[in-house]
Ligand binder design. Structure first.
Ligand SMILES: [Cu+2]
Length: 127
């Protein structure tokens, strides 16, 4: 019985961690993005899994949009952002990995409007 004693303690610790993780997920990480002809800059290219708030500033002279993809699948879309304007996209990304940010207007992606966002497994609280 004594040998089993640590087990419930470990289980309890895991529960506590899960609770802390859930709290961390509730926080939102700001990700600044700048778009122009023809490039996308991600000012925070590495983030932890959780809720992200993309603040997408159109620094160019043409309209742009922003689509977030993972392994070729669209996981988030921000409609047209006018020149000089800022669009906001909230997205909860639970799977770590490489996400692609692209502009899908005309041939903008082919001309260079694509960037990579790395989502890491670790959670970030308060960033
Ligand atoms: Cu564009």
């Amino acid at each position: 019985m004594i040998a089993d004693a640590p087990q419930p303690v470990v289980a309890h610790a895991a529960t506590a961690t899960a609770t802390a993780t859930a709290t961390a997920t509730a926080t939102t990480t700001a990700v600044g993005v700048g778009e122009r002809e023809f490039a996308i800059a991600v000012y925070r290219p590495r983030v932890g899994v959780g809720t992200l708030r993309f603040s997408v500033r159109n620094l160019g002279e043409d309209d742009h949009d922003l689509v977030v993809r993972r392994a070729g699948r669209t996981v988030g879309t921000l409609d047209l952002v006018r020149p000089g304007a800022t669009g906001v996209l909230r997205l909860t990304l639970r799977r770590p990995g490489r996400y692609q940010l692209v502009c899908t207007l005309a041939d903008h992606e082919a001309r260079g409007m694509h960037a990579i966002l790395r989502v890491l497994a670790r959670r970030r609280a308060g960033t």
